[in-house]
Design a protein around this ligand. Structure first.
Ligand code: GRF
Length: 209
């Protein structure tokens, strides 16, 4: 298909509930992310909620679980091959509970985004995920937290920031109440960040790989 007719193909890599996948899908389907489609969801866990959401939305889905492969390089080749087979232009990590192997980043250079539930570079890095992030923010006495969408490189939570948004930390917040407030802005900024990256790639004539 000629590149001006082909939609920009987003692949989602996730392990959990998949609310960010849902937000991306709704934004694509309502044209808040323009000229795009969600091509596939790949989960690292067979029982993940994200797979049920993908099924309900009739999005192709696969499980690529690390324990099904003899080693990291076989796992990585399969993961990259799966996204390639769906002709994915951008991979969006949305609650992926593993570190991506370098071979994957070589297969999709500057084409992998992640969302983190804090204002990076603070409260990021190895071991900083899920509830732990919000516990650390509350323990630090910060008055603000937020969410960050960034490009993925070989260091945890490290690549170029595409978009971040702040939320207040309120007195009486628990990790759960703060997580809910942060998740609401995650659902806003992930689609906005994808649209921003897509616009940049189109300006460079590189949107469709
Ligand atoms: C989000 O908080 C995201 O920032 C983090 O993992 C969580 C995924 O939530 N990386 P969901 O599965 O999208 O609901």
């Amino acid at each position: 298909m000629s590149s001006d007719l082909r939609r920009f193909r987003i692949g989602v890599l996730a392990s959990g509930n998949g609310s960010n996948f849902q937000a991306i899908l709704e934004a694509v389907r309502s044209d808040r992310v323009q000229g795009a489609e969600v091509a596939v969801v790949i989960s690292s866990r067979s029982g993940a909620g994200v797979l049920r959401r993908a099924e309900a939305a009739q999005i192709p889905r696969e499980v690529v679980a690390v324990e099904d492969f003899p080693g990291a390089s076989e796992h990585c080749s399969r993961l990259a091959g799966a996204f390639r087979s769906y002709e994915v232009d951008l991979v969006c990590l949305a609650g992926y509970f593993r570190r991506l192997e370098p071979c994957f980043l070589k297969a999709f250079p500057d084409r992998v985004l992640n969302i983190h539930p804090a204002l990076l570079p603070r409260f990021g890095g190895e071991g900083m995920y899920g509830r732990r992030v919000h516990e650390a923010v509350l323990a630090s006495g910060e008055k603000e937290s937020g969410a960050t969408v960034h490009f993925v490189d070989e260091e945890y939570d490290h690549g170029e920031t595409v978009l971040e948004r702040r939320v207040p930390v309120l007195s009486g917040d628990t990790p759960e109440t703060l997580a809910r407030r942060v998740l609401e802005v995650e659902h806003q900024i992930y689609p906005e960040a994808i649209q921003k990256v897509l616009r940049r790639l189109r300006e460079q004539g590189r949107a469709v790989g």
